[in-house]
Design a protein around this ligand. Structure first.
Ligand SMILES: C[S@@+](CC[C@H](N)C(=O)[O-])C[C@H]1O[C@@H](n2cnc3c(N)ncnc32)[C@H](O)[C@@H]1O
Length: 220
């Protein structure tokens, strides 16, 4: 998604300086490979293998400000969301744009988290767009937001012998080997919940888990 956005920006701004801040070395390596494949020769890249908070803490942004910052599906990992949003806005030039993408709020997520409290953290317990927009409203920061319909094909999650399906289930539940990590009754209830019309829709023979997301845009 970040590269798609940069490609779009290139059509208006042919020269771009892009700073990538990412703590996981493997993720930086994948991003670098994607950059090489797409041949973005008119972009100057600088890479910072650290968290955003660490990067901000280096003081490098006292003298350097950005025109555009993307935070795409990353807000879930920020411990102090409010402080981080302040840092991101502080790192923009006046008129600059902070572009965030995050899962949309779904009322049924709260029910899921209450019902399956024993499961601990999972995608349904993460921050969502409402967490951000409520915070921005409280801070009197103006924003625009767009909700985009999206879904994930989870059909394979119901087949215990399908390796990819089980990995997807592990990802959703944020638990390695989810099917064996909890009592069979609980796993069955979770899967039944996913199949219900509250969470998914059936299209032909596929089960599509609703996974809408929101883009939230703040102009400084
Ligand atoms: C779900 S991925 C999204 C990556 C990319 N933006 C995309 O859309 O494909 C979230 C990324 O945020 C990174 N991350 C986690 N905590 C972070 C932090 N505090 N600062 C910067 N990046 C962080 C993770 O290592 C991971 O690569």
């Amino acid at each position: 998604m970040d590269l798609q956005i940069i490609s779009t920006l290139l059509t208006t701004f042919p020269k771009i300086q892009s700073s990538v801040v990412e703590p996981v070395p493997e993720h930086i390596a994948i991003y670098k490979d994607n950059v090489k494949m797409a041949n973005y020769s008119s972009i100057r890249w600088d890479w910072h293998q650290m968290t955003w908070q660490e990067y901000y803490g280096t003081g490098a942004l006292k003298t350097k400000k950005f025109h555009f910052i993307t935070a795409i599906h990353v807000m879930y990992y920020f411990e102090d969301l409010e402080a981080t949003v302040h840092q991101l806005l502080d790192s923009l030039v006046d008129g600059g744009i902070l572009f965030m993408i995050i899962r949309a709020e779904r009322p049924q997520d709260l029910e899921f988290v209450d019902r399956f409290a024993v499961l601990g953290t999972n995608i349904f317990s993460e921050y969502n767009a409402a967490t951000i927009t409520k915070m921005l409203q409280r801070l009197h920061i103006k924003y625009d937001s767009i909700r985009v319909r999206s879904s994930v094909d989870i059909t394979a999650c119901f087949d215990k012998n399908d390796q990819e399906g089980q990995l997807l289930l592990d990802f959703i539940m944020q638990t390695i080997g989810f099917q064996d990590a909890f009592p069979a009754e609980i796993v069955k209830d979770v899967l039944q919940c996913f199949r219900s019309s509250q969470f998914s829709e059936k299209v032909e023979e596929k089960v599509l888990l609703r996974n809408d997301w929101e883009a939230i845009i703040v102009s400084k």
